[in-house]
Design a protein around this ligand. Structure first.
Ligand code: GLC
Length: 559
């Protein structure tokens, strides 16, 4: 595999609305991010992805863009953006924006013009169909609930397609004119000095056409969009064109939000000369998800988690460089999900951090993850902001769940969990804002916050710093970045272990993913203990005795 400048970096996702509010309006902003660049630099972060900050009605928190070439005033100005780029580059950091081009906002000028003249240039930017006798063109269900078809404002008989919210009309990628507009916009940003993009929902840009029904999978008579995506062929043609026309000439870094890729497609996606630099591993994210709704989801156990991760590692092998996460702005907090309920502690959080961070691939940290931020309980549906949670709540009620139990589902799976403001300190609003925060603050900010954790050398925060330092160290960095990953003791219950092996070194990451201690065999002689998440060193003979939720990194001798 060809070595790239970004392979040994550490990436970080910022959800700007909840990161840091500089002006007291309760909403995080670009000036807030600029003021925290030194924090990120000190943590060891190199690449920063910002969730959308473009002009938007915020129906889906910025994933509904009404002007791709400007900053939403709630987040700041174009000058602030230029300053952010300048300040980041000064510190040797890279900034990525979110590229949301499967759809725009229904308040985008293109869509307004499409409503005025559906047959005209802009009408062809969207999927607009004439409907006779009330029969919609197909029975797909939008990701946020209800049919994907919505009546085109001002037209009795015309409907437009939206696979997400009705305020997110899908752009018609079959139209070369639309594609040109998108490429111009991407190049405009890259020419301004942006370093790259995270590609939102990108697989959805190719539809299986003509529109047709698929078997219904719920009582509503609708079918998941995934059934259509399985049949949609040829997304690669669009991705290749986009990459050749924009990312490649700028040598931009890109990371794709890609779900359910076919194994044979991986080389095209992230192999040498692939469409993207990297893509996220979602194998563990989607584990146990049911098409019927959250009420039918299955919990993930430590063994399932390990098996998902190893499957991805095997599938990707040397083809490319995957991006590893435990959470993002669409998912519950990783520590609340992958650590069995009731076992969340600084130790178990550090264990999870260790086992995912040292995998082969690019490690990503989602804001607050480095503090061990957790899910937030929900007392009433009125406090929920996330549109997908509100839909899933209703689906659970319709399936016969009580309000109380349906609320629990939101507390477990909802997107607000990761979107509550960053916990800077123990003060009333967690130091996030001097005003009223746009989304409630997790009450655990009194214990879980940066100020407290900075002062405690045994905190989750300091463990992340150690992991970053280890991956960047001159001594072990090369093995941790490029070394082969070989699963170890994969059949052992509640153990996650693997070797990272290069020509010169063999490292062993070994974790006891349960409360009870375990004694485990070692694959060789231990040369050095490099990292331990507990204060006491483990007993090492031919075997190693690990306490509950203990995780260690060992260097093995090579005789
Ligand atoms: C992606 C985003 C998510 C958004 C959706 C529609 O999955 O991560 O937040 O709602 O796309 O843009």
């Amino acid at each position: 595999m060809k070595r790239e400048w970004w392979h040994n970096k550490v990436a970080y996702q910022i959800y700007p609305k909840s990161f840091y509010d500089s002006n007291g309006d309760g909403i995080g902003d670009l000036k807030g991010i600029i003021s925290k660049l030194d924090y990120l630099k000190d943590l060891g972060v190199d690449i920063v992805w910002l969730s959308p900050i473009y002009v938007s009605p915020l129906a889906d928190q910025g994933y509904d863009i009404s002007d791709y070439r400007d900053i939403d005033p709630r987040f700041g100005t174009m000058d602030d953006m230029d300053e952010l780029l300048k300040e980041a580059h000064k510190r040797g950091m890279y900034i990525l924006m979110d590229l949301v081009v499967n759809h725009c906002s229904d308040e985008h000028e293109w869509f307004r013009k499409a409503c005025e003249d559906p047959e005209g240039r802009y009408g062809k930017f969207f999927y607009i169909e004439t409907v006779k006798d009330g029969k919609l063109p197909c029975n797909w269900r939008s990701y946020f609930g209800g049919p994907v078809w919505e009546r085109l404002p001002g037209h009795e008989d015309k409907y437009y397609l939206h696979v997400f919210h009705k305020k997110q009309p899908d752009l018609n990628w079959e139209n070369p004119d639309l594609r040109e507009e998108v490429y111009r916009m991407i190049n405009w940003w890259l020419d301004r000095g942006l370093d790259g993009f995270r590609l939102d929902a990108i697989i959805n840009i190719k539809k299986a056409l003509p529109f047709r029904d698929y078997p219904a999978d719920r009582d509503d008579g609708l079918t998941t969009v995934h059934n259509m995506l399985k049949e949609a062929k040829g997304v690669g043609v669009f991705l290749r064109e986009m990459s050749d026309r924009t990312f490649k000439p700028h040598r931009a870094f890109t990371v794709g939000e890609v779900f359910n890729e076919r194994p044979e497609e991986i080389p095209d996606f992230i192999g040498e000369g692939g469409y993207f630099s990297s893509m996220f591993d979602f194998a563990e994210t989607v584990f146990g998800q049911s098409e019927a709704g959250w009420q039918d989801n299955i919990d993930i156990t430590p063994d399932d988690y390990r098996n998902c991760v190893f499957e991805t590692q095997k599938k990707i092998a040397d083809i490319g460089f995957i991006s590893n996460i435990i959470e993002n702005h669409d998912e519950p907090r990783g520590v609340s999900r992958y650590i069995p309920e009731g076992d969340q502690s600084p130790e178990s959080k550090k264990l999870l951090a260790t086992v995912y961070f040292l995998l082969r691939g690019l490690p990503w940290i989602y804001q607050g993850q480095e503090l061990g931020m957790e899910n937030i309980p929900v007392a009433s549906v009125d406090e929920v902001d996330d549109i997908s949670s509100i839909d899933a709540y209703q689906v659970a009620l319709d399936a016969g769940w009580s309000e109380k139990d349906a609320l629990k589902l939101i507390g477990k799976y909802g997107r607000d969990n990761a979107r509550t403001p960053f916990q800077w300190d123990a003060s009333e609003n967690a130091g996030f804002t001097a005003g009223k925060p746009w989304l409630r603050i997790n009450p655990n900010c009194r214990e879980i916050n940066l100020e407290t954790e900075k002062a405690d050398p045994d905190s989750v925060f300091h463990h992340y710093k150690k992991l970053i330092a280890l991956r960047k160290s001159g001594e072990y960095g090369d093995t941790l970045v490029y070394g082969e990953l070989i699963p170890y003791l994969q059949e052992r219950h509640n153990v996650m272990a693997y070797l990272r092996k290069s020509k010169e070194q063999t490292l062993l990451v070994l974790a006891n993913f349960q409360r009870e201690p375990q004694t485990l065999p070692l694959p060789g002689k231990v040369k050095k203990l490099l990292l331990n998440n507990l204060p006491d060193d483990p007993q090492i003979t031919e075997e190693i005795r690990l306490a509950g939720y203990q995780a260690v990194v060992l260097e093995l001798s090579r005789e």
